[in-house]
Design a binder for this molecule. Structure first.
Ligand SMILES: Nc1ccn([C@@H]2O[C@H](COP(=O)(O)OP(=O)(O)OP(=O)(O)O)[C@@H](O)[C@H]2O)c(=O)n1
Ligand SMILES: C/C(=C\CO)CCC[C@H](C)CCC[C@H](C)CCCC(C)C
Length: 307
């Protein structure tokens, strides 16, 4: 049984339309139930204190404002740990710099999307979530312009270790994550589909293409390969379908997975074709791929949402 509690002033500031905080019913060792228990169990004061502490913590997490702040801190810490892990693996020579950059590229976006369910169901929760890529945007700008220096972090996000590289691919990358969070959030599948194809798809194209693409260049772009494009199509669409199935299962949007899979496959095919074009030196893949998905999502909006 949940008892609706009062809504604090601080909470009204962030969630003006917030519903009453759901308070958990007292636990088995709480003060209310302790006073009703036989004397022999009252000495369980330790149980009562720890249970009340746990119950209080759960009540706090039931508070949307507390939950969103905790989720923001957790995702920010996750981002720092991911980049630090890439730095260590590169520093120890376990992976080379190019692979380190691609691992961060492949894992950061999906890792961020996996944090989205940690946030509350409040309409403004997305503005807490967007703090995470925003902080990374600030870090990329400060590093890219040389305002702060951190050679290891620059190496984990660049091809050649040049800090100015961060003002292209990584900058566009975090901007796309910010846009996907604010514009689409958990209300539309377009956001996670765009992130999946940019991160999982384009990232895998590089990793697989560099290793298996030598003998199968694309006729219209010999710098890229059938192997790389196939990896993008399969990896990107697989990740997108997985995220959409997860978010449908969590009730964020209703969808017919059969029809949604067909739409995602079609969008992935078009995005893969766009990624394969020899325009990367003019238009970064981190812009063209998610941009194409957003455009197709808009054109198919009635179908994508109504599925
Ligand atoms: N469809 C693709 C894409 C990439 N590659 C391989 O991956 C390398 C890098 O691909 P690219 O998309 O150009 O990656 P970068 O631009 O270096 O990295 P990023 O996209 O992160 O900017 C290419 O030279 C090629 O060997 C491939 O074979 N087939
Ligand atoms: C090198 C990259 C792109 C070039 O194509 C990736 C840049 C990564 C960003 C600077 C870091 C982004 C972090 C995410 C916003 C949050 C990730 C959180 C999650 C829990 C890992």
């Amino acid at each position: 049984m949940c008892v609706g509690g009062g809504v604090s002033q601080r909470q009204r500031l962030f969630y003006p339309m917030s519903s009453r905080v759901a308070l958990l019913s007292p636990g088995p060792c709480s003060a209310q139930s302790a006073s009703r228990r036989p004397a022999r169990r009252r000495q369980g004061l330790k149980c009562q204190a720890s249970s009340e502490l746990a119950s209080s913590a759960l009540q706090q997490l039931a508070n949307p404002l507390v939950r969103d702040c905790c989720a923001t801190v957790a995702a920010t810490a996750g981002a720092l740990m991911l980049v630090k892990l890439a730095e260590i693996l590169t520093y120890k020579g376990i992976i080379d710099q190019k692979l380190s950059r691609k691992l961060v590229h492949i894992l950061a976006g999906p890792g961020f999307a996996l944090c989205w369910p940690l946030f509350s169901s409040e309409p403004n929760a997305r503005f807490f979530a967007v703090v995470v890529p925003s902080l990374n945007l600030l870090r990329v700008l400060l590093l890219g312009f040389g305002i702060i220096s951190d050679e290891k972090t620059v190496r984990s996000m660049s091809r050649e270790g040049d800090r100015s590289e961060l003002l292209r691919g990584p900058l566009y990358y975090v901007l796309v994550l910010m846009a996907a969070t604010v514009v689409y959030w958990r209300d539309s599948p377009v956001g996670v589909v765009a992130m999946s194809l940019m991160c999982g798809g384009d990232g895998l194209a590089d990793v697989v293409g560099r290793r298996l693409g030598q003998g199968n260049p694309l006729p219209w772009n010999p710098a890229k390969s059938w192997a790389g494009s196939a990896a993008m199509l399969v990896g990107g669409s697989g990740l997108a379908i997985s995220f959409v199935a997860l978010f449908c299962g969590l009730g964020y949007f209703d969808c017919d997975m059969g029809a949604m899979t067909a739409y995602i496959a079609a969008i992935a095919l078009i995005a893969t074709a766009i990624e394969s074009l020899p325009v990367n030196n003019k238009l970064d893949d981190n812009i063209s791929v998610p941009g194409a998905v957003a455009l197709m999502g808009f054109l198919l909006r009635s179908a994508m949402v109504a599925i």
